[in-house]
Design a protein around this ligand. Structure first.
Ligand SMILES: [Ca+2]
Ligand SMILES: [Ca+2]
Length: 184
């Protein structure tokens, strides 16, 4: 059905199906989307590495306030540039069939701007800033909101959210799954 000549063997597709939450058909579909970002490059080399600014042309990433952070978290060399395999991982984590716990793990890394495995006050501030853009909270509103989050979720009172503490926040947020979804 107009799939054209596949750039993948059956075996490769089977591997991708085993490693992601996608069916083979969805893997091929993801590849079409990846190719559409840079047909000239990906046509030659199906796993070509695309610079982050190209990957950010993907419509759902372009409108996502964390688009650049998402690219960096999934990029195999953490600079935001993505190969097809990085992109496939990203789409798979954002798909409907992915368990909430897996999404939470990746969301935590997206929000952990300084990469110290904790969501500290600066991470929370940056996260809230992006979520509320283009409107900015006043310093006072921001401080108040962060204080509320910590009072509610910082169970060991160390002034930051560990992954376990963050997971509890996610469990109480009905909007989280909707936010962490990308339609392929
Ligand atoms: Ca951090
Ligand atoms: Ca804590």
């Amino acid at each position: 059905m107009g799939q054209g000549t596949s750039q993948f063997t059956d075996e490769e597709l089977q591997d991708y199906e085993d490693l992601t939450y996608f069916t083979k058909k969805e893997v091929l579909h993801a590849h079409q989307k990846f190719k559409a970002l840079a047909p000239e490059k990906v046509g030659h080399n199906r796993n070509a590495k695309l610079p982050m600014n190209k990957v950010l042309h993907y419509p759902e990433l372009r409108v996502n306030p964390f688009g650049d952070r998402i690219c960096k978290v999934f990029s195999s060399n953490q600079d935001g540039d993505c190969t097809f395999e990085d992109f496939l991982d990203m789409m798979s984590v954002f798909s409907d069939s992915t368990p909430k716990s897996v999404k939470a793990e990746h969301a935590f890394r997206v929000f952990d701007f300084d990469g110290d495995d904790m969501l500290g006050v600066r991470d929370l501030r940056e996260t809230i800033d992006r979520l509320t853009a283009p409107h900015r909270l006043t310093d006072q509103e921001m401080a108040h909101l962060i204080q509320n989050i910590l009072t509610e979720a910082d169970l060991d009172d160390d002034g930051a959210l560990s992954f376990a503490e963050f997971e509890q926040v996610i469990d109480r947020s009905p909007d989280f799954e909707r936010m962490f979804k990308i339609q392929l």
